[in-house]
Design a protein around this ligand. Structure first.
Ligand SMILES: [Zn+2]
Length: 58
């Protein structure tokens, strides 16, 4: 089972999907995605909380 985050669920108009083995890794990958795709330099605590909330096990 892995952690999956749908970028759309975080609030972006985006079909990006982040998959990772652990929650920590997923958060890291989401941060990278947000930076490279959405030009978000700093992932705030608010975004992290949101990502945790929408994270699913698949
Ligand atoms: Zn995205």
């Amino acid at each position: 089972m892995s952690k999956v985050v749908y970028c759309r669920d975080v609030g972006f108009d985006c079909d990006g999907i982040v998959r990772a083995e652990t929650e920590e890794e997923a958060l890291k990958k989401v941060a990278e995605h947000a930076k490279s795709v959405h030009n978000i330099e700093e992932v705030t605590e608010e975004i992290v909380e949101k990502v945790r909330k929408v994270m699913r096990d698949e």
